[in-house]
Design a protein around this ligand. Structure first.
Ligand code: KIV
Length: 273
């Protein structure tokens, strides 16, 4: 990315200034070709640690490493000229101390050239977010359903159903919203609470399974494109059925190869005379 190119991209401050305005359009991207396809349509591209499950077939995001995130962050940066690019901090790279979080966030920013990092956590991570932002690291928060806590939460389920959960998410939104984060992802949260929190905090909320009340929306691109033929979570709208189309294309190719219908003359090199 040239200096001129990076200046044209949306910055975390510009995303922050979109609070209460036009909805902020966000998707995940993990590779250069996908980033190139999505970039012009989005305000923010997230190199999410969901790549562990989506690309690597892992059971959860817990096994994703910093090196994986940096490799995919670099790949996405090669394909982007417009969107603000945020790279997820993986499990174990920031929870232990704010100093460790800072060292690893700096590695992500320096080695990928991205604009910001995202980390999961509510009131317990607010001090870390304040430490990072005060030292030049833009941070996107992430509250509500937190996939990196799947083992302690006992699975993936929407939140905000009990009075305790409502009180906790209110405290989390307040703490992260006042920590210096430029925006907050709110995942898998009941509508009334997402609406209340979006109205209460000064920075944009980016919803995933958190209703239309948020300031922006994000989906995992592979879910939205229908690249999976199996389970689709309730909050995902499938805008295409690419999984089925990939299967049909592979079946047509296999038929052609087996019947020798491919390659034809037009795909064949001839000796130049
Ligand atoms: O890892 C990810 O893709 C995410 C989004 C789903 C918000 O955190």
């Amino acid at each position: 990315m040239s200096a001129a190119g990076s200046l044209k991209r949306l910055t975390p401050s510009r995303i922050r200034a979109m609070k209460g305005g036009a909805p902020i359009v966000c998707l995940t991207a993990y590779t250069t070709p996908m980033a190139r396809l999505l970039d012009e349509h989005c305000d923010l591209l997230l190199v999410g640690d969901s790549l562990g499950m989506v690309l690597y077939g892992m059971e959860s995001t817990v096994s994703v490493t910093l090196d994986m995130m940096i490799a995919h962050g670099k790949a996405v940066m090669r394909g982007v000229t417009r969107s603000c690019v945020v790279v997820d901090m993986p499990f174990g790279s920031y929870q232990e101390s704010k100093e460790l979080a800072y060292r690893n966030a700096v590695r992500i920013l320096q080695e990928t050239g991205c604009d910001a990092v995202k980390l999961e956590g509510g009131e317990e991570m607010a001090e870390t977010i304040a430490f990072l932002t005060a030292r030049g690291v833009p941070v996107l928060g992430h509250i509500g359903l937190m996939p990196q806590q799947v083992h302690t939460a006992g699975g993936y389920r929407s939140v905000g159903h009990s009075d305790e959960e409502v009180a906790k998410i209110r405290r989390d939104a307040d703490a992260v919203g006042n920590s210096g984060a430029f925006a907050v992802v709110i995942e898998g949260t009941v509508e009334t609470l997402a609406r209340e929190v979006s109205a209460a905090i000064a920075v944009p909320t980016i919803g995933i399974g958190a209703s239309v009340a948020c300031d922006g929306q994000i989906l995992v691109s592979d879910d939205m494109l229908g690249l999976f033929n199996d389970f689709t979570p309730r909050f995902v709208k499938r805008y295409d059925e690419l999984g089925k189309r990939v299967g049909a294309a592979a079946a047509a190719y296999a038929d052609d190869v087996r019947s020798r219908a491919f390659p034809t003359e037009e795909h064949t090199f001839k000796r130049r005379s």
